[in-house]
Design a protein around this ligand. Structure first.
Ligand code: NAD
Length: 254
């Protein structure tokens, strides 16, 4: 078992773990010996956890809607009852909604995005911090976006939600820095997941345009994002808290 990051037997929660970046993170943590709790509203996560267990890894799935406080409370009761601790949390569940200029936005879309992307992260962080306070520390990584660092035309609600994730990240980082809880965010540009494939909608020209807007000339892979998550979760980042790390092929350098 590769334990180079010190994840062996650490209890790791990942939200939005049934697909995309969350799934890749779950696989990577488990491959390094962590006990991984996969949480998602999509019950396909159950099959994923079973497949991981069949490979000798430690994974368990819990259905959870991060925007619902009862559902989140039940998730953390499960973690407490099963493991009695939480070491690392990757708050990654999120949605985007295509795509209108601000004045044409729909109130229901606003509420849905804010409920999942912002309230979901906030609710999970509340429980995570309470649990980590009992352990004497821990590491939290939140999935923001390059849309949390600057403008996102026709995605203003999404951009607002990801700016809010960074606000939660920075504030909690400062509040809990002295008691050993580090809180950081990752800010991916476009990454090859269902979210991107839905946006490209099988249109090759559009997919090419999306890739070409990154200085590196392509969209990112889930593995490239997960590498940043593993770093921020590990002791290698012991002096890093409150940061929002772009994983963006140079996009925010332009
Ligand atoms: P994805 O759609 O492949 O996966 C998102 C997962 O979140 C899904 O499994 C989904 O079921 C789950 N989810 C959605 N609502 C949920 C809820 N209420 N409770 C629990 N789980 C829920 O997308 P992805 O690209 O892997 O996105 C992961 C995160 O990365 C999101 O926060 C997204 O905003 C962010 N992000 C993605 C990109 C990109 O280009 N793919 C870029 C920047 C940021």
């Amino acid at each position: 078992m590769n334990n180079k990051n010190g994840f062996l037997d650490k209890v790791v929660l990942i939200t939005g773990a049934a697909a995309g970046i969350g799934e890749a993170a779950a696989r990577a943590f488990a491959a390094q010996g962590a006990k991984v709790v996969l949480a998602d509203i999509n019950t396909q996560g159950e099959q994923l956890a079973q497949n991981m267990c069949a490979q000798g890894q430690h994974a368990v799935f819990q259905v959870c809607d991060v925007s619902n406080s009862d559902s989140v409370t039940a998730l953390f009761a499960f973690i407490e009852n099963t493991f009695g601790r939480l070491d690392i949390a990757f708050n990654n569940a999120g949605i985007d909604i295509e795509s209108s200029k601000l004045a044409e936005g729909i109130e229901d879309d606003f509420d849905k995005i804010m409920d999942i992307n912002v309230k979901g992260v906030w609710l999970c962080m509340q429980h995570e911090i309470q649990s980590m306070l009992k352990n004497g520390g821990g590491a939290i990584v939140n999935t923001a976006s390059v849309a949390g660092l600057g403008a996102a035309p026709k995605m203003s609600i999404y951009a607002a939600s990801k700016h809010a994730v960074i606000g939660l990240t920075k504030s909690a980082a400062v509040e809990y820095a002295k008691i050993g809880i580090r809180v950081n965010a990752i800010c991916p540009a476009v990454i090859d997941t269902n979210m991107y494939r839905r946006a490209a909608a099988g249109d090759e020209k559009k997919a090419h345009r999306i890739g070409a807007m990154h200085p590196i000339g392509r969209v990112g892979t889930v593995e490239e994002v997960v590498a940043a998550v593993l770093y921020l979760s590990s002791d290698a980042a012991s002096f890093t808290t409150g940061t929002s790390l772009p994983v963006d092929g140079g996009l925010t350098a332009i």
